[in-house]
Design a protein around this ligand. Structure first.
Ligand code: B1M
Length: 211
């Protein structure tokens, strides 16, 4: 049974109001922010991912759970920064150039954050040079790209080529996803990994950074 059961349940059930009030109360009681992350939020998002994988949860449940997790994270993040708790690793994420779809990307970002990663979200319509700049500036272990249009998938290849041209391809693992993206496309463009769901993206990212 997880500690901080009420916070855990609130995230699994997608109850943002209770997730926020439980987090507020626990922090006021002096519970460590890192402990709330590792003992309640991460296990809760793992459980949400598990339910999604076995078709107990679908995209709407994922979205409301991610929203509840975000509500808690807004209170926890400043405390973590203050206490210097180390994230699992850093991820830069964005939807590629020409593509404005961000619901899946936001879900991946929220799940990664719930999984203990520090996430820098560049938003949508991100050109290769912005991805390259963010890798140079933030020095992430992982660069995650999302595309929802067949016409924007080539921007993933362009971004990897831009990383190579900038001489930094070997400094970062590149993962890709989004409805039209496939494992073979990911291999073909030279990505390090592909996942078809947000929860699988967390497992993939953990594997790539050896956690
Ligand atoms: Co658009 N759209 N859309 N759209 N839209 C699609 C994608 C489409 C399949 C609809 C259709 O025709 N059936 C189609 C693409 C066809 C194609 O390319 N083959 C399409 C089109 C054509 C367009 C426009 C061109 C329409 C037009 O204007 N004529 C236009 C393009 C705009 C642009 O981007 N330049 C357009 C616009 C829009 C809206 C703005 C209206 C809106 C987006 C709003 C927003 O995102 N803020 C929208 C929407 C909502 C959709 C659909 C209906 C839903 C997408 C979505 O959010 N799904 C979509 C049809 C559909 O998918 N049923 C459609 C839910 C989301 C949770 O799933 O994003 O797949 P998804 O993410 C999943 C996984 O893919 C994975 O994790 C998520 C959950 O597990 N994942 C990753 C995603 N990124 C990942 C990254 C990873 C790993 C996993 O690692 C890095």
């Amino acid at each position: 049974m997880p500690r901080y059961q009420d916070l855990y349940d609130a995230v699994v059930d997608g109850d943002a109001k209770t997730a926020k009030s439980a987090t507020e109360r626990l922090l006021q009681q002096g519970v460590d922010a890192g402990e709330l992350l590792s003992d309640a939020l991460i296990p809760a998002m793992d459980e949400v991912g598990r339910r999604f994988e076995c078709n107990e949860y679908f995209v709407p449940e994922l979205l409301i759970a991610a929203r509840a997790m975000k509500a808690a994270m807004e209170l926890i993040r400043p405390k973590l920064a203050a206490t210097g708790v180390q994230p699992v690793a850093t991820v830069v994420i964005g939807t590629v150039k020409g593509d404005l779809h961000d619901i899946g990307k936001n879900l991946v970002a929220a799940m990664l954050e719930g999984g203990g990663f520090a996430v820098h979200d560049l938003g949508v319509d991100v050109p290769p040079e912005r991805f390259v700049g963010a890798v140079q500036e933030k020095k992430p272990e992982i660069l995650a790209m999302s595309a929802l249009l067949t016409t924007t998938m080539p921007a993933m290849r362009e971004t990897i080529q831009a990383l190579i041209a900038a001489g930094i391809r070997d400094q970062v693992k590149v993962i890709v996803g989004g409805a039209p993206v496939t494992e073979s496309f990911a291999r073909d463009i030279g990505a390090d990994g592909y996942s078809d769901t947000a929860s699988a993206a967390v497992q993939l990212a953990r594997r790539l950074v050896g956690k």
